[in-house]
Design a protein around this ligand. Sequence first.
Ligand SMILES: [Zn+2]
Ligand SMILES: [Zn+2]
Ligand SMILES: [Zn+2]
Length: 124
Amino acid sequence: MHVRNTKSKSLILETLKNSKQAVSHEKIQAELGESVDRATIYRVLNRFCEEGIAHRITGDDGKQYFAACLKCQGKEHRHNHLHFRCLNCGKVECLPNEIELKLPAGYRPANFNGFISGHCPACA
Ligand SMILES: [Zn+2]
Ligand SMILES: [Zn+2]
Ligand SMILES: [Zn+2]
């Protein structure tokens, strides 16, 4: 059981890292086939988010997407980047630009969920 879980974790992590875009639960399930069950995928993804390995993106289509973190270490996520969903090809990407948040005095951001939809360079 333990071995299986560890294997599932590394398979899911590999899928996230190899993907050039953010992936949904369905996409991961499709990549891994029947070898990893749905509940395990959910559990592992949640764990990755807690551990600063991946982050969750809630799209304007109401779906959740996951992307590997590049610079996060430990449990603290450090990124203020926007996400872009292409209305034509459906691709969801992390944009490389970091956004500087300017908030009124006294506000401390813990999460940032910036989301844009439109057309990606390939589809524009
Ligand atoms: Zn992160
Ligand atoms: Zn596109
Ligand atoms: Zn991202």
